[in-house]
Design a protein around this ligand. Structure first.
Ligand code: NAP
Length: 246
């Protein structure tokens, strides 16, 4: 797989799965815009320049319309186009529903789902003009099967799946594919919050017998971004060690 001369934006890519996606797309591609809330984005952009690719950090909150507009405008000013958008930024605020505050609900829906709407809307105009684009959003197994204590997160991730299937139909005639990836349990800051006992219990439910790595997700993103995946759209690809396999 290679993605010559492509410009990709990866949201929330200062660490974890997003960082792995940014680095992988740089390895097979050309230019990566590393978005994150904080300074970690600068380190990832530097890492990308270290492998002789173009890396630019643009800090910003992807749940803010103004920040997303600036993210896409600065990408266009710097490189003249955007070919690939990876909607990766995400957070959890776990709580049983009866104790869940409005703030915990709104924050998780805004960062995980509204951001996908804002970023996709902002890049589509440019992709439609060039009649080529790839939009890949990171959902979750939890958006398919649900999880106690994560009604906000599961709703946001299920929302990404409905959004993906709808937008895939809207823009298919323009040469743009829209897909989602549903990771299972991946070793990252998000899962490092779990106790050793919880991790062991989780691992016992994964047919392949281990937690995935950020690289496992990044490799799937690189495939969906490639020319080889041109006939795949409106799909949800599970990268979960077999957990959702029935
Ligand atoms: P992570 O290590 O917590 O990374 C998430 C990144 O998103 C962080 O760099 C964070 O920045 C950034 N971010 C948070 N809010 C943002 C905002 N409003 N605007 C821009 N960036 C923001 O999590 P991860 O495990 O790599 O997760 C990446 C994606 O995979 C998420 O969508 C997550 O839901 C999904 N996922 C993860 C797993 C898993 O097992 N880890 C499973 C299924 C799906 P700061 O650190 O600066 O806040």
């Amino acid at each position: 797989m290679n993605l010559p001369n492509k410009v990709a934006i990866v949201t929330g890519s200062g660490q974890g799965i997003g960082r792995a996606i940014a680095v992988k797309l740089a390895e097979v591609g050309d230019t990566i815009v590393v978005n994150d809330l904080g300074e970690t984005a600068q380190g990832v952009a530097e890492e990308i320049r270290g492998i002789n690719r173009q890396g630019l950090a643009i800090l910003g909150d992807v749940s803010s319309t103004a920040d997303v507009t600036r993210l896409v405008d600065q990408t266009i000013s710097a490189y003249g186009k955007v070919d690939i958008l990876v909607n990766n930024a995400g957070i959890t605020r776990d709580q049983l529903l009866l104790r869940m505050s409005d703030e915990e609900w709104d924050k998780v829906l805004n960062v995980n789902l509204k951001s996908v709407f804002l970023c996709t809307r902002a890049v589509l105009r440019h992709m439609i003009r060039q009649r080529w684009g790839r939009i890949i959003s990171i959902a979750s197994i939890v958006g398919i099967v649900g999880n106690a204590g994560q009604a906000n997160y599961a709703s946001a991730k299920a929302g990404i799946i409905g959004f993906t299937r709808s937008i895939a139909k809207e823009v298919a005639s323009r040469g743009i594919t829209v897909n989602a990836i549903a990771p299972g349990f991946i070793d990252s800051a998000m899962t490092q919050k779990l106790s050793e006992k919880q991790r062991q219990e989780l691992t016992s439910r994964i047919p392949l017998g281990y937690l995935g790595t950020p690289r496992d997700v990044a490799d799937a993103v690189a495939f969906l971004a490639s020319e080889e995946a041109r006939y795949i759209t409106g799909q949800v690809l599970s990268v979960d060690g077999g957990m959702s396999g029935g």
